[in-house]
Design a protein around this ligand. Structure first.
Ligand SMILES: C[S@@+](CC[C@H](N)C(=O)[O-])C[C@H]1O[C@@H](n2cnc3c(N)ncnc32)[C@H](O)[C@@H]1O
Length: 933
């Protein structure tokens, strides 16, 4: 006690001696306005910093700290400095720092108002505020002083000063003060020393330090605000490094000093700081947010460092499991006391959506026979014999969905990723329904199927008017008048389906859109998916007669680049110049669609159907024009880009009429199609179709035509167009062609006809005129060659044998040529371009170079429908064959290689008008099959 008191008393004395000794002009007091300024002023001082009470400095710089009794800054327990009331007549304000010389700052804190002054002040404390140059006293003024935060800018300066001072010291002024005892003291000082401990040489202290401390604390408890705490947050005084060091023996201190020697001086100085010890002196504030809003927290709670616990995740506990566990618990406890917590068992979903619902006893209940049949054939319902060990499907393998069905739906954008804003063709008049113009209606009424369609099919409900439906085979759409099974079961109502689909409108229901192709003008593409054979859109327009067509070609469309004319029946043409967008569908040699003509409610209608494979969104829709250039001059280069492209908009190779071997002829007689002789009786066509349907249903009908095929025409045609090797493939492959009996469902007319070619070709006196022909005419501005072709497609009633007869009355010189019969669904193109074989001299008439003198047509004009196709302008993508090719083509035309041949009469006339030299070539093709002769 006496020692401590002596130490306290010594301090003022030393201070008094300090100034003259040091010779410094330090002011005894430097009043500071506030804490920060005091801190700064300390930093700005030219005196080297001291390490005395660094914490008090840092704490003093924190205004918050001063307000909190438990966090009041002070030195450590060992550095309890009595606060005198007055010194030199000046009383610093509470909370101000009182500088001690330039180096050390002791925070002068007034005792709390609640504490009595006597208790807060030691007995012998001076009323005036003393100043201590503790650094000087400790001989640590040459060392750096720890600074409060935010004074980094002054570091360099401080270092410089410090170095200078160190140099001074090295010069000897302070040499004497460096001795062995001081070494120890310095170490202690550096490690958070206190003045009293340092000032007293270790040798003078006889009692152990711990004893002294305890004595001190018990005898004169320091005011709470002056008691240094290790952390303001913990509130509990901790044993500091200095106390530990001071308790060490000399040897131990040396060891520690050595161990710390690796640290830089700066770090060593900082070792006693909270920052170094990673102690947060500011409470961490936790904010609470709920539903995106800030929640006010009780300030008392907010100031505490304890963070609110995050909400715990709710753990779902299955009540059954709890009960089970509870019931199982006593048993287990009885047997073996569980040492560890039982691991949780993972739960798996074992049932589907409809778990727990009763399965229908009879899944076929309420279904029609057809539905039952369909359901029974579902592979999902067939017993597999193996237990299902994979994830089970919804209840009963999705039976509910299988029975009731549910449409799969996706947002339209997903199905239709096509970018909008395609360039649209110039405005044109549209027509959603065919319209007869002129005599066309009268013509139509004269056709046999105008009455044929009315007779009913013989299907049963379970058949659903499938492939064996004679209506379907005849390409008659079922309706209430001609269908035996009714709408509920009938599947042969494509046009009605189309109408229902498009009735509400909308892009998806319409399903197609016009777009601009790179090289073929406009085209049509799908903006939805289509199933195989599904109806896509109708080809509508004005139904005109051949004569009307010719007139329009010459008068109305003579300047047009493209004609939208489709031959689809005898003497009738659909002119889609005013019509549906189906007219923009381009040709492809590998098409994904077919253009098929149907009779719907007794009216001729044409529609584009998907092919045998589904169509995806964005695909360009194409069909095979079966484009017959007829003359090499009229050929247009095909730009479809398919691998098997024929190179030109020419006829399909497979459509080359297969000559019949005598064997086949015999077979044909035996086939049921014999009943198809149309001429036998009115309406016999349908009955023959029924017979044909039965025949076609039998798989035996599939035969291979092994007879040598004469394809001279096609080959010559290929030659005419100068096909290269690849393009010849089509011609060579038709050498041996299998003739497969068509099954009748949504097949092209051509395939139907091909099937029919099996037998009844020659006896096809009764003709079902059903030719699907497309017309594409290339126009030329200056010289127009007009080719007139009359087409009659005759199809034998026994499954559709078709004969094509092309004919046109000649006006001038007649040149008869015989052309082998082509596809029944012949597409006729007369793209007459300036023919080199005709003179362009106005007023003169030149007979086109006779191709082959042919026998005159034996076909009766009255029965041969005519199709007039006029050539317009030259297509910009004009195909110009070589002369040799032309010759070859002509040779081809005159090759009567087929038993069923078409005789053509080609006429050429040249006329002029309005400065234009019109050269018209009219070719009349007449069916000249041997049988019909
Ligand atoms: C009925 S139009 C089709 C629509 C036409 N692309 C348009 O822009 O109006 C027939 C014409 O289209 C062109 N065309 C169609 N398919 C073609 C193809 N695969 N290659 C070259 N041109 C084609 C030909 O000029 C042909 O005469």
């Amino acid at each position: 006690m006496a020692a401590i008191e002596a130490a306290i008393e010594t301090a003022p004395t030393m201070v008094e001696l300090d100034s003259p000794v040091c010779g410094s002009s330090f002011p005894s007091t430097i009043p500071s306005d506030d804490m920060s300024s005091s801190s700064n002023s300390a930093s700005m001082s030219s005196t080297p910093p001291t390490t005395v009470s660094p914490d008090s400095m840092s704490i003093a710089s924190e205004p918050d700290a001063l307000n909190k009794p438990e966090s009041v800054a002070a030195s450590s327990i060992e550095a309890i400095v009595p606060v005198p009331q007055s010194h030199g007549g000046e009383q610093p304000e509470s909370g101000q720092q009182t500088p001690i010389g330039h180096d050390a700052i002791v925070v002068a804190e007034q005792p709390l108002a609640t504490e009595p002054a006597s208790a807060a002040r030691p007995r012998r404390a001076r009323s005036s505020l003393p100043t201590y140059n503790i650094a000087k006293l400790l001989d640590t003024n040459g060392l750096g002083r720890r600074r409060s935060k935010g004074n980094a800018g002054e570091r360099g300066k401080r270092r410089a000063i410090s170095d200078a001072m160190m140099a001074d010291r090295d010069d000897g002024s302070a040499k004497d003060s460096i001795d062995a005892a001081a070494k120890t003291v310095r170490v202690v000082t550096r490690r958070k020393s206190d003045a009293s401990a340092v000032n007293r040489p270790a040798t003078r202290v006889s009692t152990p330090r711990s004893a002294r401390i305890s004595k001190l604390s018990s005898s004169s408890p320091a005011p709470a605000h002056l008691t240094r705490r290790a952390t303001r947050l913990s509130g509990a005084p901790v044993e500091t490094l200095s106390t530990k060091l001071s308790a060490l023996s000399k040897r131990g201190k040396k060891a520690v000093d050595k161990a710390l020697g690796g640290l830089s001086r700066e770090l060593k100085r900082l070792q006693d700081t909270n920052e170094y010890a990673r102690i947060d002196t500011r409470p961490v504030r936790y904010t609470v947010w709920s539903n995106g809003k800030y929640v006010e927290v009780d300030p008392a709670q907010a100031t505490t460092s304890t963070a609110p616990e995050p909400p715990r995740k709710k753990v779902r506990v299955d009540e059954d499991d709890v009960r089970k566990e509870q019931s199982a618990q006593p048993e287990k406890e009885d047997s073996v006391a569980p040492a560890f917590k039982k691991p949780r068992v993972k739960k798996w979903l074992e049932k589907g959506l409809y778990a727990g619902q009763e399965a229908p006893l009879d899944i076929f209940k309420g279904l029609t026979a057809q539905e039952k049949k369909k359901l029974a054939s579902l592979p999902e319902l067939l017993p597999s014999g193996k237990p299902n060990k994979t994830f089970p499907a919804p209840m009963y393998n999705g039976l509910r969905m299988l029975i009731h069905g549910r449409d799969f739906k996706l947002p339209f954008d997903v199905c239709n990723p096509l970018p909008p804003g395609q360039p649209k063709p110039a405005a044109y008049r549209t027509m959603t329904k065919n319209r007869f113009v002129g005599n066309a209606a009268a013509y139509w009424k004269k056709t046999p199927h105008f009455e044929d369609f009315a007779s009913k099919c013989v299907c049963k409900p379970e058949d659903g008017c499938g492939e064996s439906c004679q209506n379907r085979i005849m390409l008659y759409e079922c309706d209430e008048t001609n269908c035996n099974i009714g709408k509920a079961h009938c599947t042969n109502r494509a046009f009605q389906d189309l109408q229902e689909r498009t009735k509400k409108g909308g892009r998806y229901r319409v399903g197609v859109e016009v777009f601009k192709t790179a090289d073929r003008g406009y085209g049509v593409r799908s903006n939805r998916c289509f199933e195989p054979n599904q109806i896509i859109m109708e080809y509508t327009g004005e139904i005109i007669t051949e004569e009307e067509c010719e007139r329009r070609m010459n008068e109305v469309y003579k300047d047009n680049e493209c004609y939208y004319l489709m031959s689809f029946d005898q003497n009738m043409i659909i002119d889609a110049t005013t019509g549906s967008i189906a007219r923009f569908v381009n040709h492809s040699c590998s098409p994904n669609c077919r253009m098929i003509k149907w009779i719907v409610s007794g009216q001729p209608r044409m529609a584009l159907f998907a092919g045998d494979r589904p169509i995806m969104t964005g695909e360009e829709l194409t069909y095979d024009y079966n484009f017959d250039p007829f003359s090499a001059k009229n050929v247009q280069k095909c730009l479809c880009g398919s691998p098997n492209c024929r190179g030109v908009l020419g006829p399909k190779p497979k459509e080359v009429k297969q000559p019949k071997s005598p064997k086949e002829d015999k077979k044909a007689v035996k086939t049921p199609s014999k009943a198809s002789a149309r001429g036998s009786a009115k309406g016999s066509a349908k009955s023959s179709a029924k017979a044909a349907a039965k025949a076609s249903a039998k798989p035996t009908a599939k035969t291979t035509d092994k007879a040598p095929t004469k394809i001279s025409t096609k080959r010559k045609l290929q030659d005419a167009f100068d096909f290269d090797g690849d393009e010849r493939e089509g011609a060579t492959t038709v050498k041996k062609r299998k003739i497969v009996v068509a099954n009748g469902l949504n097949r092209t007319v051509s395939s139907v006809n091909l099937k029919a070619a099996k037998g009844a070709a020659k006896r096809a006196a009764s003709t079902i005129v059903r030719g699907v022909s497309s017309i594409s005419v290339a126009a030329k501005k200056k010289t127009v060659t007009e080719t007139t072709i009359a087409t009659t497609t005759r199809r034998a009633s026994a499954g559709g044998v078709t004969k094509t007869t092309l004919g046109k009355k000649t006006t001038t010189t007649k040149t008869k040529i015989v052309i082998p019969s082509r596809s029944p669904s012949l597409t006729i193109v007369a793209a007459g371009i300036g023919s080199s074989s005709t003179s362009s001299t106005p007023g003169t008439q030149k007979t086109e170079k006779p191709i082959t003198p042919a026998s005159s047509s034996s076909a009766k004009k009255s029965t041969v429908p005519k199709l007039t196709i006029s050539s317009g302008k030259t297509s910009p993508r004009k195909w110009t064959p070589s002369r040799k090719a032309i010759e070859a083509g002509l040779v081809a035309l005159k090759s009567p290689s087929s038993s069923t041949a078409v005789k053509a009469v080609a006429t050429t006339k040249t006329s002029s008008g309005k400065g234009l030299h019109l050269k018209q070539t009219k070719i009349k093709l007449v069916s000249a099959s041997k049988s019909s002769k």
